[in-house]
Structure formats: structure tokens, C-alpha cells
Design a protein around this ligand. Sequence first.
Ligand code: KIV
Ligand code: ZN
Length: 539
Amino acid sequence: MNIQSAPDRIIIFDTTLRDGEQCPGATLNVDEKLRIARQLARLGVDVIEAGFAYASPGDFEAVQKIAEAVGTEAGPVICSLARAIQADIQAAAEALKPAAKARIHTFISTSDIHLQYQLRKSREEVLAIAEEMVSYAKSFVDDVEFSPMDAARSDPEYLYQVLERVIAVGAKTVNIPDTVGYMMPSEFGALIRGIKENVPNIDQAVISVHGHNDLGVATANFLEAVKNGARQLECTINGIGERAGNTALEELVMALHVRRQYFNPFLGRPADSEAPLTQINTRELYKTSRMVSNLTGMLVQPNKAIVGANAFAHESGIHQDGVLKNKLTYEIMDAQSIGLTDNQIVLGKHSGRNAFRTRLKELGYDLSEQELNKAFVRFKELADKKKEVSDWDLEAIVSDEIRQAPELFHLERVQVSCGDNATPTATVTVRTPQGEELTDAAIGTGPVDAVYEAINRVVNVPNELIEFSVQSVTAGIDAIGEVTIRLRHNEQIYSGHAANTDIIVASAQAYIHALNRLYAALHKQAQPAIAEQTVAAEV
Ligand code: KIV
Ligand code: ZN
């Protein structure tokens, strides 16, 4: 079914891999993007914005691979972003070729402030470009989406004009971005209502919304937009994205799910209808959130709505007492509905390879033989130390094993000595990209600092450590510790992540992983792609 012909449900457009990936340090490689795309398809999103094909060869490849592997007839629409420029649109069309259902999403700014200072073009010029480039995109695919960037700060009368013109030449979705996260919910709702009332041909297109969370009201803005006629929501997992992030998918989906009786009438349904408002399989939400957090290194704050570690925890005595007597006293949704309690303890020391592979498949990890071998070795090591290996542990070791590309420096050994009466001292042995084994030692303010100093002496890539965090995957003294770090070099941020029952080892590995990303980027920068240079100069 054509998703645009379902006006009484909400289309979920996921932009984790495009706008989400744009945030500092969240950069994913092609393989990681593919894994996330597969999980997004399992989650049931309608559209995956897989990237910005023209931006770099890596982005092009990611869009193409996702189109090939996930863009099946039964799967989601695969979309690529493109500026309203012929070369961008051509690259998007080319990368999207393997997709059964392809969409080109083209955009140009419409606010006077962007026209005057960024584009240096008149309103008439932008109107003509928008019309011409939507027609051009239509020459490649039928499904074209148009975004007037900074729509929220554009003159509404001009916005209506632009929308009417792009719909007339075939835009099937018109997306209204609050690019700078400026709007308040009632204003955003009024903007959508104004579009519905003043764009004569609006019934020929789906109204979509896109927003950033600078003032913390992105979800509220979208829900108000739904009440006023928006039928597509552009969002990201865990709300990752530029600055304060994009609107969070899990918040929107669960608000529409838990309060569907409130929203039903706005979609022309009877108030008591139980039919879901989105096609999302909510039980996949938690798993998707974990995967995105692990792969991007963007941690989820504990009190984050829906997917934060505390979102379903009841600490105070009064709350615990109430929940024990009847869950409804303090719970508006069931942890099961987001897949939180689906993770059962399933494997142990005696579990074989087959059980391991099967459980990983159920968890959404389809590993190559080589990856499976590596992960299985890690699993056995862990099962020796830990009686019960939970799904959270499995996820931690698998994502740890598979996300570490490229491996340039390799940590061979790490040893620390510390204590209340000792100077923390670390010795590390690292294999360099050239295959040399180097050993060095250093002292530090604590054991992790000593390890990082010792690694720095070997690797010798200057950087500033800006974030270090350790989280335990499960409860208990034998739990795996997950370390996430972010470091900065020349204004760029690189993240590293590792999991181990020994948090000093995990810290050392996380650091090496971030350094590998930094080192790879430095070497890539030596020969920048033409497309990357052009986009940086023009956007
Ligand atoms: O925030 C924004 O305006 C965007 C557009 C490209 C849709 O991301
Ligand atoms: Zn955006």
C-alpha cells in the first residue's frame, strides 16, 4: 500500500541515520548504519532517511547499501536527502536505485534570514529553484518530499506560495521544519493549521513535521502538529541530532500509543478506537534505543522518557507500595510494551554455539561467521566469570565486537597498579597499524588516567578527553561495565565504546577505539573527497 494513502494513521519517518548522525561524535560507519537500518525496519518505521548521498562517498555507499538490503517491497521507503541542486538530486537518485520504494527529499531555505545571509537569493529565485528541483527529482522517482528549511521562521504567506508551487509539480510530502527549535506548541499547531487552510492544493500532499529540541518542546510541538493535520513525523531514536537533538521517536510513538483515545478524533476515528495510530512495533523500542546508543556512543540520560534506565523504576516507598498493590497506581504504561522485560536470562556456561547464534538472531544480530566466532569466544569468557548471561550482556559483547572498525591500533595488554598508598601506574602494550608492538608505562591521577597516559605515549595522537562514563549492563558484582568516551581533536569529536567485566580493560579498549576513529579520519583527511569539500562549502 502507498503510505501516503493512509490519512488516518501517522507515518513515522526516521532520520537517525541522516539528521541524527549529524551530531558531534555520532559518526557511524557503513556497516553500523546497515545494522541500525535493519533494526529500524524491524521496528516498523515507514520511511528511513538513510543519509545524504551527495555529502561523501561513505554516505552514498550507506544509502545504496541500505536501499539494497532493507529497501524491499515489504520493507520501508528508503530516502536520501538532497539540496535543491541537480548534482545532489542525481546522487540521491543513483544511490536509491536498488530500493523497491525510493524517496528523494529535497530542501531549500525559505526564511528571510537564511535567504539574505546564507543563500543570498531573493524570494522569487528560491521559489523558482524549489519548483524546478522538485520537477527534476520527479524525473527520477515518483515519491518526492520537499522541505522549506527554517519554515518555522519563514513568512507564512511566502511559505504557502512555495508549498502550493512544489505540490503543483508533484511533491507528495511537504515537510515543515522547525530547524532551530524556536517554536512553542500552540504556534507550531497554528502554523500547520494555517498551511491546511491556505494552501489550495494541500489535499494532494501529506503534511510532515521536522523539529529540533533546543527549547525542550519538540515532542509537544509535534503532538500539537498532529492535532492540526500533520500526518508524517520526522524523528530520531533517543532524540539524537544536531545541538539539542531531533524529536525523539520513542516519545512520539508512545504518546500516540498510550493516549490514542485522546488523539483518535483528530485523525477522524471514533474516540474509543483501539487501532494503533502508527505501524511501530513498540516492543522493539528499547532494543533499538540500546543499539543506537551503543553504536553511536551517545548515552541515554537515565531519566529520559520511555527508554531511560529510570523510566520504569520506582524508588520511593510510597510508589513501590502502590505499584506492588496495583501497577496502575503509578504506571501509565507497561515496561513490556517497549520490550523492556522481554530480555530473559537464557544462556550460561554450557550453552553451545547454536543456542548462542539463535538467541543473537532473535535479538536482531545477524552476524557473519567471523563475527560470530569472535563473539562466541567473548561469550565463553564471560560465561566463565558470570553464572547467568543475560540478553543485555549478549548485546554488550556483540555490539562491542562488531562495532570496532577500523582496527588500526590494537590493545595487546594492559596492567595497572594502584591503591590508597600507591601512585597509580599503568603499563600498556599496543600493536600499531604497521604491526609493531610497543610497550610504555605512565603514572596518573588514577588508574584510568595512568592507562590513558601510557596509551598516549605509544599512540601519540594529540586529543582532549571530554567525556568518560562507565555504566553497568546488569546488576550484580560480576556485571559487565560499559565504558563510553568522547574525545576532541581539531573541533571534531570521536567516540569510543567497550564492554568488559574489568572496567580498566574496558576503559583502555574504549580509548583505543576512539583513537582508531580519530586516526582513520586524519588519514582520510589527507585526501578529502571532492563531494565532501563542496558540501562543506555550500551548506
Ligand atoms: O532541520 C532541518 O531543517 C533539516 C532539513 C534538511 C529538513 O534537517
Ligand atoms: Zn533537522
